[in-house]
Design a protein around this ligand. Structure first.
Ligand SMILES: Nc1nc2c(c(=O)[nH]1)N[C@H]1C(S)=C(S)[C@@H](COP(=O)(O)OP(=O)(O)OC[C@H]3O[C@@H](n4cnc5c(N)ncnc54)[C@H](O)[C@@H]3O)O[C@H]1N2
Ligand code: MOO
Length: 401
């Protein structure tokens, strides 16, 4: 199979990836989730003309000039309106959020009132009509579309939905990613290692990448390099209704690289295998019924870079989210050699200097080196067959943080 160009691989991965169906979620669990449907107001807010201040509800004609003396005929705290009518020369003591009494059209704030005793007040400042009154429906009216489908629920959106009287919302189901590590040499962090063993690290970074775009993760642990062991975990993923199965390692061409055989044996239809990129060449993609299967290369840097480039956009799409890579233009901080057939993602340190970005590639680019990846804050993207470039030449950088 010829190496698939990066852009084509992404296109094929995203082909028909549409948001998963909605599910009803209580508001208390909805933060950060994505609306599957618009939110429509089930009520009008405020539902009545309301006082915006603590003070006195009056008729504007009575306070057009000051000083003006008025008789206080009752009280209206929030939640308990005054049931009578305010007539000429009268006022009602009122508090923020209370309904404006019948007959009143203006609120005089209490700072502009002197209490004369015996139920009488003096208004010390002239007050214009409708001052300090919130009109019915100022915020929204029943039937208004308040939030569009696809909106990520942040603080303001959640309070708005609550105010519109929704106890629960229809949200895009979060995609479930099952992660399967493979390799006889792998043991989980915290293990005492034998002489030929290393720590299984990739699942943690891949899980974090998935969670960063709102996906749920089911870490199925490590399968030994035996077909039956890998197949057993693939079946677990299917039983758990995973939307995406990610395998780690075993994607290349070695005798112990069994992923392709196991997945096709379980019914996966291979879409492509091997991309013209570095790191990440052996990436595999196929479909097992509705489940998307991504075979990530075992080399730790390749698994993280491929998660950034392919897994995150796919999960974002399934979860109804926008996802854009943070690509910037920079100048090279060191010269680079001509590139070969694979699009190169070169770990680099990116810094700002006099308003411009300078991206300096690290000297060693071995795709087993996690420390260097963690130190890098960007990847210089080198097109296939890019010619050699001098220090200071323009380049494209994918920012990682
Ligand atoms: N003859 C060839 N050999 C290799 C090729 C090739 O084209 N021809 N491709 C190389 C490239 S590129 C990559 S990338 C690796 C990836 O191959 P696999 O996906 O089959 O990965 P493994 O062989 O299983 O492992 C590679 C390496 O990564 C370590 N590993 C695997 N899983 C984990 C994990 N979960 N956590 C930490 N480290 C892991 C594993 O121990 C190996 O050291 O193949 C090249 N070879
Ligand atoms: O392409 Mo592999 O990803 O060198 O590590």
């Amino acid at each position: 199979m010829a190496l698939v160009p990066v852009a084509e691989a992404l296109e094929r991965l995203l082909d028909d990836a549409t948001p998963l169906p909605g599910e009803s979620v209580p508001l208390a669990n909805a933060a950060g989730r994505v609306l599957a449907q618009p939110v429509v107001a089930l009520r009008t807010q405020p539902p009545f003309n309301a006082s915006a201040m603590d003070g006195y509800a009056v008729r504007s004609a009575d306070v057009a000039a000051a000083p003006a003396q008025l008789e206080v005929i009752g009280m209206a705290p929030a939640g308990r309106g005054f049931s009578g009518t305010v007539r000429e020369g009268q006022a009602v003591r009122i508090f923020t959020g209370a309904p404006l009494p019948e007959g009143a059209d203006t609120i005089v704030i209490q700072e502009n009132v002197r209490d004369l005793g015996n139920g009488r007040i003096e208004v010390t400042q002239p007050t214009a009509q409708a001052r300090n009154v919130r009109r019915r429906g100022l915020d929204f009216v029943q039937g208004d579309v308040l939030l569009e489908k696809g909106r990520v629920l942040d603080a303001a959106a959640l309070s708005l939905a609550a105010s519109a009287n929704h106890p629960a919302l229809n949200l895009v189901r979060r995609p479930l990613v099952a992660i399967i590590a493979t390799g006889d040499e792998l043991l989980p962090p915290g293990s005492t290692l034998g002489p030929d063993q290393i720590i299984s690290s990739n699942a943690y970074g891949v899980a974090a990448a998935a969670q960063s775009v709102g996906a749920r993760v089911l870490d199925l642990g490590i399968a030994a390099d035996r077909k039956e062991a890998i197949a057993a975990l693939v079946r677990k993923a299917v039983e758990a209704n995973a939307d995406v199965i990610v395998t780690l390692g075993g994607a290349s061409v070695g005798d112990h690289d069994l992923i392709h055989d196991v997945l096709t044996g379980e019914g996966m239809k291979l879409d492509f295998w091997k991309i013209a990129m570095r790191p990440g060449k052996p990436l595999m993609f196929g479909r097992l019924g509705n489940i998307r299967c991504i075979g990530l290369p075992g080399n730790p840097v390749a698994s993280i870079v491929c998660s950034q480039l392919f897994l995150k956009p796919m999960l974002a799409r399934l979860g109804g989210r926008d996802h854009r890579q943070d690509l910037r233009t920079a100048r090279l901080g060191a010269a680079m050699q001509a590139n070969d057939v694979r699009q190169d993602y070169v770990r680099a340190s990116v810094r700002e200097e006099a308003g411009a970005l300078i991206a300096t590639p690290f000297g060693i680019q071995d795709s087993s080196m996690l420390r260097m990846l963690a130190e890098a804050n960007g990847l210089i993207v080198r097109e296939p067959f890019a010619p050699a470039a001098e220090t200071g030449a323009e380049c494209s950088v994918l920012m990682l943080r």
